[in-house]
Design a protein around this ligand. Sequence first.
Ligand code: ZN
Length: 477
Amino acid sequence: MTDLATLGQRIRHYRGSANLTLEQLGATVGIAGSQLSLMENGRREPRLSVLQSIAAALKVEVSDLLDPAPPSPRAAMEIELERLQRSAVYAGLGLPVIRPSRTMSDETLEAMVGLHHELARRAREAIATPEEARRANTELRQYMRTQNNYLPAIEELAQEQLRAVGHATGALTHRSVNLMAKRLGFELIYVSDLPHSTRSVTDLENGRIYLPPASIPGGHGLRSMALQALAHRLLEHHEPESYAEFLRQRLEINYFAAACLMPLKQSVDFLGKAKSDKNLAVEDFRDAFGVTHEAAALRFTNLATTHLGMTVHFLRVGEDGALYKGYENDGLNLPTDVTGSTEGQIVCRHWAARRAFERTNRTTEFYQYTDAPTGTYWCSTQIGTAASSEEFSITFGVPFADAKWFRGRETTFRQQSKCPDPSCCRRPSQELSQRWSHKAWASARMHAHVLSPLPSGTFPGVDDTELYDFLEAHSES
Ligand SMILES: [Zn+2]
């Protein structure tokens, strides 16, 4: 359907060609000139009968008026200016909305449209700064903490979609994911030349979702990525206007994918039974649903508080001790910078998340009790290897009182942590300080992994040029 601004422009265009004033055309079709003016300015929608009279009076077809193309380059710019002035960024400036009058020169119009485009580009660039990203990330983490990391509306949506393709038990198959896509009018296509800055690309016009090649048949990653791409459609996401919105969308699609791969009812049944058997383990949950250890641990945090009555924490930590992802609602003190951001902060070297790296056997979970200032926690940690071949640890933990439900509760491994007290592990002992101060020099390695500068396209982190080249190349085939 044509938007009202374009429809109005087309009426004005044909009225001009017919050499009629507003009053003259109004009189012919039986409405006041002022009413017609409102329609031409896109501020009033004409009834179909009026549209038919206008078309007849101007000796054109109704379809000529409804054509979605602007009638002239000048009209296209006027429509564009109108659209740009409606953006949230412009509205935030509190400046007047300018209506392009007939006396406004083409140059003035072109300059205004150009300035608006630059304003929008700079706004997108500004929201992609690491500071903004950190702030948005912290707010989102704090919000999820208030929700106990649980989003009922997305749980409901996932269950609905699974029911519709007849998925009831066991691991979700590729076939079911394909069926879900088909129901939404999408075809899943695996390509080897996705833009480097993307995980998947959706061609809305041709109903295609492009994903990386199926290198690991049945792998968790592919089903998850396809589900995430579908979630954008199901959740009616629009192009994000801020970094916060971008992060929220990413959280929601990840949540949806997890809720499909580990559906609510089956997961709660599985975990509930393991709890009553006092045999809870992230590794069992992982194996039962065919997902990664990280995905299983994160999913556990979604369900633990609302459905199993436990507060929990989750950590993903690199071999350098830096926190990549963290969640807690059990009071564990995550390390933060002055802004409250946890990403890239170094966790206590006495925590299970770091002690696990020292172990030689890395195929099973590592269990540890940690006495911290906010209480004693029991943690299970699993070491994994990222695509970059760097190692990381995934930790799932609970307060001491809930350790009794977990396998590994009998561990005798126990550590003390005084962090964030700097004397815990951040400040060297006096003895070592005296021995080494002013007698050594080291060259620092830059931290490149955490929220490094992002290309500023329409989507934070995605290069528009690369994206559009890719779509061009594939839409021809
Ligand atoms: Zn410490």
